[in-house]
Design a binder for this molecule. Structure first.
Ligand code: TMP
Length: 209
């Protein structure tokens, strides 16, 4: 039996990490074998790429095209090293961000030609699409404030972008969700964590059966 790939998407500070953790625990209680991972990252190579993309000085001043290819390289690795094998074993894979992040951050907010972004996404994923994508929608002003409060470390390279960049990200996500309503489930990120968890569970439960 093929497993299930569930991805989480949303802007900075939308609460993805908390919800992924809660969903993983709930799925395990239901008897599922769960793999929890993130992008960029999730493999040794991917985590090194994450450092380049977020904090390492070598990554400062990278052009948008290099940025796109680094996200794609991390994705190509995690798909082949972790996600496809787990799906073949019939497991549930929860991934914090996946190809929609690239479509929106690089294809919309960085304004790289969306056709080229789609081709690179297709190459990196070998055509793999999530069974379900949970998009936690939140006003970026609220999200960035949360990110600042929750974090002892300084904001990373993307978080430091102007508010207008993050507003483009939000707009891009909502446009994507309107096009692919079957796969992308939009959740209101302003609600409390327990209500959000329940709403997520309802969406996931319907795909499990
Ligand atoms: P996060 O997973 O901690 O939210 O950080 C990842 C950052 O990288 C976040 O700002 C979104 C950004 N990102 C892209 O710009 N493109 C991508 O393809 C991915 C996976 C993430």
């Amino acid at each position: 039996m093929r497993g299930l790939l569930i991805t989480f998407e949303g802007g900075e500070g939308c609460g993805k990490s908390t919800q992924i953790h809660r969903l993983a625990e709930r799925l395990k209680r239901e008897g599922a074998t769960v793999q929890q991972t993130r992008e960029p990252g999730g493999t040794e190579l991917g985590e090194a790429i994450r450092d380049l993309l977020q904090h390492n000085r070598a990554g400062h001043g990278m052009c948008a095209e290099s940025e796109l290819l680094l996200f794609a390289a991390s994705r190509a690795q995690i798909v082949r090293e972790r996600i496809l094998p787990a799906l073949e074993r019939g497991e549930v894979v929860l991934c914090d961000r996946f190809l929609d992040s690239t479509s929106v951050y690089q294809g919309v907010a960085r304004a790289i030609d969306p056709i080229e972004v789609a081709a690179i996404n297709q190459f990196a994923t070998a055509g793999l699409l999530p069974d379900l994508t949970l998009l936690i929608d939140l006003d970026p002003e609220v999200g960035l404030q949360r990110a600042r409060e929750d974090r002892a470390a300084p904001l990373d390279r993307m978080e430091q972008e102007a508010l207008a960049f993050h507003q483009e990200v939000r707009r891009g996500y909502l446009e994507l969700a309107a096009i692919d309503q079957e796969r992308i489930h939009v959740l209101d990120g302003i609600q409390d964590v327990d209500s959000l968890e329940d709403e997520i569970w309802k969406a996931v439960e319907s795909r499990l059966s």
